[in-house]
Design a protein. Sequence first.
Length: 240
Amino acid sequence: MTTVDEISQTAAVERQVWDLPVRVFHWALVAAFVGAFVTNKMGVSYFKYHVWCGYAVIVLVTFRIVWGFVGTRHAQFWNFICGPAVTLGYLIGILRGHKMRHAGHNPLGAWMVVTLLIALGMQAFSGLFGNDEIFNAGPLYGYVTKEVSLTLTSLHRHLFYWITGAVAIHVLAVIAHYLFGHGHLLRAMVTGRKPQHLVAEPDGIASSRCWLAILVTIAIAGALTWVVTHAPAPIDDGVF
């Protein structure tokens, strides 16, 4: 059993890298994505829950984009997104067996973050305008024509498979990262901490800025609520 002293000693040799809002975002996004998949598979009677999961994805993705500019050090895009040359150099180094350390996201992980944010945002956004041509329509269906809605519905459906593939690659990369001795990324995304030898003292963060994250989330959720509640009713075109 781990004692209090052992926990204190572990914390003493680690530094905080991921703030609480980033960690909550990460696991909440996992839950929302899984929830959207499950409620979709459960049938049309669970459509409203599917929509709520979509709302959650939109709020979370939008929050993460905003947080990429106003969040803590390692959450900010400028601090982890690298150009093609640096990313390729990192990949070559990994393939050659070099242990390349990064306090925050490594270059490949950074581009996976960007890819998933864009793909999940597009999928959730397109779902707002979609329809199943039988019973249900997205909350913003009234803003577009039937043809546009069907196009966005097709995009919504097909993106799921691409996102699932990207998520599978992401999970395999995390596992490989651990097995080849490059660090325990999963643990870091739970505790927010990494060993001191991976994080220089100036790279540690002292605060999670939770108050700012709460304000940003409330503003985004409020804006989405206003848009949805003020959406026009769908035109009766005989579809439903």
